[in-house]
Write a protein of this length. Structure first.
Length: 129
């Protein structure tokens, strides 16, 4: 009995490695002054120079947490109740799952299209007189 966890979901080493690399990149980019391209160049240089340290940091922190889980298994999160997601319940829920996020996108596209057409028509009217 593993409490509903698969081996790949419960191992913290890989997420720790990914998170440390991502946070280092965001931190370096956010602390860089200047234009966007110079900030990206500076961030890329720092990331290439510090890749080994980031990998080592991620592996060590992931293995520490994994060891802690092995020593004290009750520290693991309890599995959530297995509920059917809304998009698998009924036809009404399936449609709502798709249409609710789609509505703001359609409204935005229509707003941009109407605004662009209005600006183009106003420009033509001003130029043609």
């Amino acid at each position: 009995m593993n409490g509903g966890y698969s081996a790949s979901r419960s191992q913290p080493a890989l997420p720790a490695l990914c998170a440390s690399g991502f946070l280092l990149g965001i931190g370096i980019y956010g602390a860089t002054a200047g234009s966007t391209l110079s900030a990206l160049d500076h961030t890329r240089s720092w990331l290439f120079a510090s890749t080994g340290a980031v990998v080592l940091d991620g592996v060590i922190s992931g293995l520490l947490v994994q060891g802690l889980y092995a020593l004290v298994p009750r520290l693991r999160c309890s599995p959530v109740n297995l509920l059917t997601p809304p998009h698998l319940r009924s036809m009404n829920r399936r449609l709502l799952t798709v249409l609710i996020p789609l509505d703001p996108a359609v409204i935005l596209v229509m707003f941009v299209a109407v605004t662009a057409a209005a600006i183009k028509e106003a420009t033509n009217e001003a130029v043609d007189g």
